[in-house]
Design a protein around this ligand. Structure first.
Ligand code: 5GP
Length: 185
């Protein structure tokens, strides 16, 4: 029998259709803001892959893409706050219009670290896009220029977001059953 992800999920927070509509809206806004310019999208691996892939295909401006990987939660579901670069960008961002594409902003520590690191590399401009935001968990103030959805403080998976590398390929965003991760929390 095929895999039944529903058995591991508490509820679907955002359907495939809701995500598609919102990503298209975000792309229209970004297209307006960057009219006539060339954009470099920097996806944060691996969670932002689906979001970036859908977003860039809706853009009406010239765009290139690059990726950066930073250390994340590992197998736990709580942020340690320690961030380091695991895979750096392929090329220089000097003088470029850069948009960092993130899956979810939780404490804000990852984005804060990346903003500071990337700013030092002298881009022409630097903005942030995040699909999801958990404002109640914020530890540091970060400015997200393009935000998809605010969600409650629940651990979510799907549309790029994983738990122990599983569930990334679900086309929707869902809350994982807490009993599945409690033991490694
Ligand atoms: P922050 O540094 O803002 O606390 O955390 C950002 C990163 O934590 C995200 O890029 C993501 O990898 C991970 N994260 C935060 N909340 C969740 C969640 O609800 N589900 C999953 N799968 N990852 C999360």
């Amino acid at each position: 029998m095929s895999w039944q992800p529903e058995a591991d999920l508490q509820e679907v927070l955002l359907t495939e259709a809701q995500i598609k509509t919102r990503v298209a809206e975000m792309a229209r806004q970004i297209t307006r803001d960057y009219d006539g310019r060339q954009l470099l999208l920097i996806g944060i691996l691996k969670g932002a892959v689906m979001f970036l892939a859908d977003l860039v295909r809706e853009l009406g401006v010239k765009a290139s893409i690059d990726f950066i990987a930073v250390s994340s939660y590992g197998s736990s579901t709580k942020s340690s706050g320690a961030v380091r670069i695991l895979k750096d960008l392929d090329s220089s961002i000097d003088g470029k219009d850069v948009l960092v594409v993130e899956d979810i902003v939780d404490t804000g520590l990852t984005l804060q670290y990346l903003v500071n690191t990337l700013k030092a590399r002298k881009p022409r401009s630097l903005k942030m896009a995040a699909l999801l935001d958990k404002p109640s968990r914020r530890k540091v103030d970060v400015n997200v220029d393009y935000l998809g959805f605010q969600i409650p403080d629940k651990f979510v998976v799907g549309y790029g977001l994983d738990f122990n590398e599983d569930y990334r390929h679900l086309p929707y965003v869902a809350v994982l059953k807490p009993e599945l991760y409690r033991e490694v929390d």
